[in-house]
Every structure is written in C-alpha cells, then in structure tokens.
Design a protein around this ligand. Structure first.
Ligand code: SR1
Ligand code: MG
Length: 416
C-alpha cells in the first residue's frame, strides 16, 4: 500500500530519529543506537532498539504471514486492531501491558516499552522457572479486560460501538476459524503432527463425530457471541514476564468474541506446558515440583479469575445487560447473586471447550508450540502430545463432567 515499507534496522534508525517521542526516550546520537530484528513469532517484524538512555521495542506488521511467506497475504490493518486493543487493555488492566510510545497507521508500526529482563513465558516454562505472580496478574488482566468491555459494564450503545470498531479484523478471525476450529478435524494440507507416532490418534480425531459436533458448536460461539473484547491469542507466547512482573503483549487477534476463548487459551497453554515437562526433565532438580506449580498456577488462574470477575460485576455492574430495576428487591438481589454463579458456570464450560480446541490445534494443526516442539526425542514428544489430546478430547466432549478446575488438573495428573 502507498507509504508502506517493511523496515530493516538501518531504515528504522532513520525513521525513529525523526519521531521525537521515541528519539528523546532513546537519547544520544541515532547513529550509535543498536538495532536488531528479533521477531520469532508467526506474523511480524520485531526490533529491539537501544540508546544510551533506554531501549524501545518496535513491532511492524508484514503484509504476509511470516511463518509461511509472501504466499499467504495478511492485512496490515491488524496493527490498527492491536493498537486499539492495547489502548483498551491499558485502561482496564493498568500496568499489565507495555506502554505505547508511538503508532504509525500507514507503516503498521507500534513503538513501545522494551520489556527487559522479561522473557516470553514459554521459554521460561521450558527452563522450569516458577512465576509466583503470573496467576494473580493474568487473572486480573482477563477479569478486567473481559468484564469492562462486556454488556455487564457498558451501556448498549458503547458496547455496539466497540463491536463496530473491531468488526474489520475478519482475516485474523478467519485464521482462528480455520486453524483452530476446522482443519485439525479433517485432512488439510497445512496440518502436521509427530508422525508416525500420532497417526492413529490424528485419524481417530478426524473420525470422531462427537468431537466434530462439539468443536463446531464452539466455532459458532466464536463467530457469533460478541460478549467482550478479547485479546484473541492469549497463550504463553503472548506473555512476557519475570518472577516479579507480568505483561501481556500482541493483541492483534483482538475482536469482540466469547470470553471463554481468552480464559481457555491461558488454561490450554498451561496444560500443554504441564504435559511437555516430560521432555525437559534433564534440567537440574527434575520437574516434579515444577509440574505441581504449573497445575497450581492453572487452578489459581481460573479461581482467581472467577472471584475477580464476580466482584467486578457486584461492584460495577452498571451495564445494560441485567437492568438494576429488575433486581432491586431483596429477593431480586438473591436471584442476581445466583445468576452470577450460573453465568460463571457457563463461562467455565466455554473455557474448557475452547481450551480443548486450543490444545488440539497445537498438536495436529499448522502452528505448534515450542513447549512440545523443543522435545527432540520424537517418541517422548508424541507421548506428551497424546496425553494432551486425550485430555482435550474429554474436556471438549464431556465438558459437564468437569465441575471445577481442580477436576481438570486431577485428570491431567491421572493421564500423565
Ligand atoms: C497462521 S498464524 C498461526 C498462529 O499464530 C498466532 O500466534 C495465532 O495463534 C495463530 O493461530
Ligand atoms: Mg502473537
């Protein structure tokens, strides 16, 4: 498009030197800044820029999918949706997203806080690092961003304006619709798995009518239920952290969708990390304690989310969804309290279904997780993947059998 160019480190130097909000932060002579491209995600360019005063991270969308190349064009507008989502998240989950310094719509480029010494959570989990603040921070992030962008908190007109504002992120939604809800359940060119070990399990999933119905119900929910603004890709690759601090990055898949898609993404990726530990056990000290921590973090995340979401509703439920006059009496207040529990029970069931879909896609679909991919012994990897698939299949088809997150974690332990 006119005015767009994909930057390299040298062209970026010249560009940033003209942007005072960035130049002044970096400090010194632009010629002396160090700039490296470090992107290892599926979609974008990411540069680390360091000056004498501080560092800045620059993310630029490419007009195609980095993972595949120019053969898979992707709209640059995803940077617009990411920027918009980051602004909402910064308001509702203060301190849990990177600060934005500069946004250029034409270049699809966002300059933001360089998160150091934070690392991508997946890498930390492969190394066996415990993150004591993660569950509390992520449950706050999810509860606040989902509640405050829902009809429970917003007036109908505000909510509809948000639906309209995010309606254009259709191509990124389509990636999710295809890669998560469709292709892993059929023969598709882009699928891959640890063959030959997983061939029978992949075939049984393609042949599983109950599972196909269940995943199609989730797909309808994803496509139709504009409950709240989602991050849209809330996996452990979208979290950068230290044991003391957590930041959520990369909301380019943001749109107005079903809340359980975000909470499910967190749980899916923790469960994948749990099962993948078998391939990373040579680390000093073994991994039993670490596995226990991962399941505790999974439990704390959901239970923390549920408690925080309920409290937000009790204290800020001024949206148009449950009109106050209908519940003003003492009896009405009791009914509303019970309804909050029922609402959160339904959200838990959605969460488990979406978590299951997110696990299955990372093992049978196009885009895999390094938690499993870094296990070089294919037999060991396939063993971990099979355990993931068995749990996910049961979570999606027998969702009602899981009355609590503790029940999910108990089943994970039994399967491991
Ligand atoms: C084709 S893009 C593959 C995946 O990368 C992103 O992180 C999303 O999860 C997407 O589905
Ligand atoms: Mg991403």
């Amino acid at each position: 498009p006119p005015g767009y160019r994909a930057h390299d480190p040298e062209s970026l130097r010249g560009y940033l030197a003209e942007i005072s909000a960035v130049r002044d932060r970096l400090g010194g002579d632009p010629a002396a800044w160090t700039i490296e491209e470090v992107g290892d995600g599926n979609l974008n360019l990411v540069f680390k820029v360091r000056g004498p005063a501080m560092g800045v991270a620059v993310k630029q969308a490419l007009p195609y999918l980095r993972l595949v190349g120019e053969g898979w064009p992707l709209p640059l507008e995803r940077a617009h949706f990411e920027h918009m989502a980051l602004s909402h998240e910064a308001r509702h989950a203060r301190g849990l997203v990177p600060e934005i310094y500069h946004y250029d719509e034409t270049l699809a480029l966002i300059a933001m806080e360089l998160l150091e010494p934070h690392i991508i959570m997946r890498h930390g989990m492969i190394a066996g690092t415990v993150y004591p603040k993660f569950a509390d921070d992520l449950s706050t992030f999810a509860a606040n961003t989902l509640f405050f962008t829902s009809d429970l908190a917003l007036k109908a007109a505000e909510k509809k304006a948000m639906v309209a504002a995010f309606a254009g992120n259709t191509e990124l939604c389509k990636i999710t619709e295809d890669l998560i809800f469709t292709e892993p359940y059929m023969v598709a060119e882009r699928n891959r798995w640890t063959a030959p070990y997983l061939d029978p399990l992949a075939a049984s999933i393609r042949d599983d009518g109950d599972l196909k119905v269940a995943v199609s119900r989730l797909k309808v929910k994803f496509m139709c239920d504009a409950e709240a603004m989602l991050h849209g890709d809330l996996h452990t690759g979208s979290v950068m952290l230290t044991p003391q601090e957590t930041r959520v990055i990369d909301p380019e898949f943001a749109f107005m969708g079903p809340m359980g898609f975000d909470t499910g993404a967190v749980i899916a990726n923790l469960l994948i990390a749990y099962f993948s530990q078998v391939g990373h056990e040579s680390a000093p000290g073994g991994r039993d304690d670490y596995r226990a921590w991962v399941l505790q973090a999974t439990t704390d995340f959901w239970n923390g989310f549920r408690a925080k979401f309920k409290k937000l509703w009790e204290e800020n439920g001024t949206g148009d969804a449950y009109p106050a006059p209908l519940f003003a009496s003492e009896a009405g207040q009791k009914r509303l309290a019970a309804e909050r529990e029922a609402y959160l029970d339904r959200l838990f069931a959605d969460t488990l279904g979406f978590a299951a879909a997110k696990i299955i896609r990372r093992i049978l679909g196009l885009a895999h997780n390094i938690d499993l991919e870094k296990i070089t012994d294919e037999r060991v990897r396939a063993t971990a993947e099979a355990r993931c698939l068995r749990l996910a299949r049961d979570m999606m088809v027998n969702t009602g059998a899981y009355g609590s997150i503790e029940a999910v974690c108990g089943q994970a332990e039994r399967l491991n």
